[in-house]
Write a protein of this length. Structure first.
Length: 593
């Protein structure tokens, strides 16, 4: 409870609250709630395990179906890959509802539309029901990408970010246009209008000028995937935009944009390569994270099998860039798992999980109070000392098969999968070979929680398989990890509890709601189909939202097939004032009746 409030206080202070909008602790301005990607709302006073598991909790409202697009004579329904965002009490400045205050859910679809949607029916606006679309904005024209979840249109995939320090507040969004490619917009959050100087185009010509790890070829907007959530520097002057790749489309990228004078100011490629093969993609749905000093963190995907410790090839790594007032991406530190060559051979991306910055621990209780945690498709979860990042700034270490040589913070004793010390495996069975596509065991970002006694926990979601080489899942799909501390010794992770009921195929990242340290609930949404499955057709399974008691990991409630419509993959709900907002092909709200 106390750690989270300190973090939120720091976060809101950094936003330098304006007269136009007073930031609220209920706000969800970015993926997982804050720039550290911690995924914990400790201000939830209405929802408890008792009432969520009762008949009083359920569906409240659905917005209208969001906009479809027609391409080559075929109509495509919308899908939300982006997680919804939320602002409390914002005055609309244009259109039918100009001059009125609303609490707003923001939504963005793969069809290239952005929406502001009324979150609550209010006494001062009795004629505007919850779920009403307050404004909409189309950002370019989405085109089709072969192989993208059944050949869907490609517009907005990543979760936008809100800057409430501006007057009016801004919503930053990245969208792909069939002709112009990837463009980054700043929208007036009160009206949806595109602000002067925007959009900023991201293309090969621009990136070749600013690349800090080149020369590298940008493979084009249909090959480069902007899936990761956007993030902002501590003073909001720099916007960070990550890229992975489709269909072995080339190297990943981190791009920084000056928000005061809109333009690209720096870029960093995952490898100096022109080959059309996966190479250090930065595609986790959670995007990069920031610590309280302004360091930028991202994980990368696989690189070519023969790259090994070639200088500046940064696949399968945690990359950290130094704080920069100008947005220049200077590499500050790295970490690479001991078995990255085996991971490259098996397409076992570390990039499936965004780094989550753990609030600083009490230095009297551990020698490593500054930590970062993340997972990966192998089902492992890693804990790294961010005060002393272990990797080189030149290249990855030589390939190894010795798990005890891993430079993350290892638990004491042997791990069963290695019969030696090494990182913990949460979702198994452990394998060096079967972890790609539908065999993957984790693509989510941890959520943080601190109990009343000060113990720090992580909640992680994944897919445990019935056997090596099988895609069939079995429990557990949710685990609670304890950060174990002892005075003068490094912290480490231990599996504290697991669920015994979930069979999740493609779970998004968990989020936690609680009233301080009390009444904690873990929410996780499963796309309910495998990663390779299409999202087009009448037989597509509907996603499922689950709520579990954070203490017992017992299932409290879940949606039935008729409650949620088909959406995207790996998005997470937003929550405020006792209501949980889910993005599918519309916004759908759940709460107490």
């Amino acid at each position: 409870m106390f750690v989270y409030r300190v973090v939120v206080g720091i976060f809101l202070g950094l936003l330098s609250v304006s007269t136009a909008y007073a930031s609220s602790p209920e706000d969800v301005p970015t993926f997982h709630g804050n720039r550290q990607r911690q995924g914990w709302d400790s201000h939830e006073t209405k929802l408890t395990p008792a009432n969520v598991s009762s008949n009083s909790f359920g569906s409240l409202w659905n917005s209208p179906l969001l906009d479809a697009v027609t391409i080559n004579g075929r109509t495509y329904a919308p899908h939300l890959y982006a997680s919804p965002l939320y602002l409390d009490e914002l005055k609309i400045s244009a259109g039918t509802y100009a001059g009125r205050n609303f609490s707003i859910v923001f939504a963005a679809t793969n069809n290239g539309y952005v929406y502001a949607i009324n979150a609550f029916a209010k006494q001062d606006n009795p004629s505007v029901p919850a779920g009403t679309i307050l404004w909409r904005r189309q950002l370019g024209t989405a085109g089709l990408v072969p192989g993208f979840d059944g050949n869907l249109p490609l517009g907005i995939l990543s979760t936008p970010i809100l800057d409430t320090s501006q007057n009016p507040p801004r919503l930053y969004v990245a969208s792909d246009d069939a002709n112009s490619g990837w463009q980054v917009y700043a929208l007036d959050a009160t009206s949806g209008k595109v602000l002067p100087g925007w959009p900023v185009s991201i293309n090969g010509s621009v990136l070749s000028t600013f690349n800090r790890n080149g020369p590298t070829t940008w493979q084009g907007h249909l090959a480069q995937s902007q899936r990761g959530a956007l993030n902002l520097s501590l003073d909001n002057s720099i916007l960070y935009v990550p890229f992975g790749a489709y269909n072995d489309g080339g190297a990943g990228w981190m791009v920084s944009i000056n928000t005061r004078s809109p333009r690209v100011v720096s870029a960093f490629a995952g490898a100096p390569s022109s080959d059309k093969v996966a190479n250090g993609g930065m595609w986790s749905s959670g995007g990069p994270s920031l610590d309280s000093q302004g360091h930028l963190y991202a994980t990368t995907g696989n690189s070519p099998q023969n790259s090994k410790n070639t200088p500046r090839f940064w696949g399968q790594s945690l990359l950290v860039w130094a704080p920069s007032a100008t947005g220049i991406l200077n590499l500050f530190g790295t970490y690479t798992p001991f078995n990255y060559c085996q991971m490259d051979a098996g397409d076992v991306d570390l990039a499936g999980s965004t780094p989550m910055i753990i609030p600083d621990l009490n230095p009297a209780k551990t020698s490593t109070p500054q930590l970062v945690a993340f997972g990966g498709k192998q089902g492992n979860v890693y804990l790294v000392n961010r005060a002393k990042l272990p990797g080189s700034l030149v290249s990855r270490h030589p390939c190894s098969v010795d798990s005890a040589s891993d430079s993350s913070l290892l638990p004491p004793g042997n791990q069963p999968q290695f019969k030696a010390p090494g990182p913990i495996n949460v979702f198994g069975p452990y394998s060096e070979n079967f972890n790609n596509t539908d065999y993957a065991k984790g693509r989510s970002t941890p959520a943080y929680f601190q109990s009343a006694d000060g113990t720090s926990y992580l909640f992680v979601s994944g897919s445990t398989k019935t056997a090596v080489g099988a895609i069939t899942v079995k429990p557990p799909s949710l685990a609670r990890l304890k950060i174990v501390t002892q005075p003068g010794k490094p912290a480490y992770l231990a599996i504290d509890a697991t669920d015994n009921s979930l069979n999740l195929l493609s779970p998004g990242s968990p989020v936690v709601t609680s009233n301080g340290s009390n009444h904690a609930i873990v929410w996780v949404m499963d796309a309910n189909l495998f990663r390779s499955a299409p999202l087009i057709g009448s037989q597509v399974p509907h996603p499922v939202l689950y709520a579990l008691d954070a203490q017992t990991l017992k299932l409290l409630w879940h949606t039935t097939p008729s409650m949620l419509d088909v959406g995207g993959k790996y998005n997470v709900p937003a929550q405020a004032k006792g209501v949980v907002f889910v993005g599918t092909d519309r916004i759908q709200a759940f709460g107490l009746h």
